[in-house]
Design a protein around this ligand. Structure first.
Ligand code: SF4
Length: 183
């Protein structure tokens, strides 16, 4: 029978001892990777979309945040950016796009129209996209400047960086999805 005196720790292989080692949590590493590679799906319907074009261009350069890779396929996008007035007739389309995105997925409502219907308090305009899909970050403004859109992306990065890898399986998230009748 062995006792603790028999246990000998194996020496580190040459070249991997000393500085250069660090311990971390999987959540932290995955969160950092996800936060710095949020691929956007631009759902632009009107003027706020123009501001996003400026955000993409060289002066503001969203590539600095790892988000230059536009995806027009929902399955290859992480971050749905809804920019512009969403008519009620368009709401089912927006919802379908959201449902086609793979988990984990996040949503930014860019500008007053996407966030609340903006000045269009009319029978035909959806009074905020959170009537049909969950929203993670709201960017105010009519239109928001590119700096504000970048700030919205950075706020989303904060969320992504700090959430659990398994957050999407959490009871809170399941409850949120259930409240939107999304399975
Ligand atoms: S918030 Fe203002 S700028 Fe943006 S889509 Fe609506 S009306 Fe246009």
């Amino acid at each position: 029978m062995s006792n603790s005196k028999d246990i000998k720790l194996v020496d580190a292989p040459p070249g991997v001892e000393g500085s250069g080692f660090f311990a971390t949590q999987l959540d932290t590493v995955v969160g950092m990777a996800r936060a710095n590679s949020l691929w956007p799906l631009p759902f632009a319907t009107s003027c706020c979309g123009i501001e996003f074009m400026a955000t993409m261009a060289s002066h503001y350069d969203v590539a600095r945040f790892g988000s230059e890779r536009m995806s027009f396929s929902p399955r290859q996008a992480d971050m749905l950016l809804v920019m512009g007035t969403i008519a009620k007739k368009m709401a089912p389309i927006l919802r379908q796009v959201y449902e086609q995105m793979a988990e984990p997925r996040w949503v930014i409502a860019v500008g007053a129209c996407a966030s609340s219907g903006g000045v269009f308090d009319t029978y035909s305009v959806l009074q905020g996209i959170d009537k049909v899909i969950p929203v993670d970050v709201y960017v105010p403004g009519c239109p928001p400047r590119p700096e504000q859109i970048l700030d919205g992306i950075m706020r989303l990065q904060d969320i992504v960086r700090s959430e659990s890898v398994r957050r999407r399986n959490s009871p809170e998230y399941q409850e949120l999805m259930a409240s939107y009748n999304i399975t």
